[in-house]
Design a binder for this molecule. Structure first.
Ligand SMILES: *Cc1c(COP(=O)(O)O)cnc(C)c1O
Length: 225
């Protein structure tokens, strides 16, 4: 399938989910997750009009960045080791995986600008998933005041891989509730206006629960090189 055709299907789903939730489809930004696919396929996505591209490893990101340049808006969506920060920091527009102070410190040190960050939250409480426990998030965000190059644009979560709608909805709702709590703090460095949630198998539910960035790989560009 061409990316364009997949995109049309997804856009239709987005419109329908927004109708159900009484939202404006323009609030939803699609990140094409290109981690499984070739440079050519990533280019096809960009040429189809998807300006947000996401990668989850530093080497994968750098390969795509070298080929596509800085026209796309680049999202780093994977676990980020502190020692890798310096490799990507100058080229990345959003980091979705801020989950510890040591990483905040390294980003703060290496960046010569404010960096758009999502705080990653482990809403599913699965051991294998990265991210902060929901109970830790508020204190963590308050601590980030000490790192002037960190700008908290929002929260990110990965729901478990399941078809159980109740479990999925519960994860996304927790993220929304945390967002409202952070917004109520009115922190200049943490407006927290975005929610990065929803992947190929659960993005319509994520939209119903308030997602503003959805991260889609398989359903959009596929998952084979
Ligand atoms: C791979 C990945 C995605 C995309 O997953 P699909 O199920 O292929 O849409 C989204 N978010 C993160 C953090 C990922 O690692």
């Amino acid at each position: 399938m061409h990316v364009k055709d997949n995109l049309q299907q997804i856009q239709k789903q987005i419109v329908e989910a927004c109708e159900r939730a009484n939202r404006n489809p323009e609030e939803i930004k699609i990140i094409a997750v290109t981690k499984y696919v070739s440079i050519e396929r990533a280019k096809e996505a960009f040429d189809a009009g998807i300006i947000h591209l996401g990668e989850n490893r530093d080497d994968g990101f750098l390969t795509k960045f070298e080929a596509l340049g800085d026209k796309p808006t680049w999202h780093f969506i994977g676990t980020l080791q502190s020692r890798k920060v310096k490799n990507i920091i100058d080229h990345i527009d959003y980091i979705h995986s801020l989950d510890r102070l040591s990483l905040a410190k390294e980003i703060n040190k290496r960046a010569n600008r404010k960096v758009n960050c999502f705080v990653q939250v482990n809403t599913s409480k699965e051991e294998s998933k990265h991210g902060l426990d929901p109970e830790q998030v508020i204190d963590f965000v308050k601590e980030l005041e000490n790192y002037p190059n960190i700008y908290v644009v929002g929260l990110m979560t990965m729901a478990p891989f399941t078809d159980d709608e109740t479990i999925l909805r519960n994860c996304f709702r927790q993220l929304k509730e945390l967002q409202l709590k952070i917004q109520a703090l009115q922190l200049e460095y943490a407006p927290c206006m975005e929610l990065s949630m929803g992947m190929s198998n659960d993005y319509t539910i994520a939209i119903e629960e308030g997602a503003t960035f959805i991260r889609i790989g398989t359903a959009l560009v596929g998952n084979k090189g």
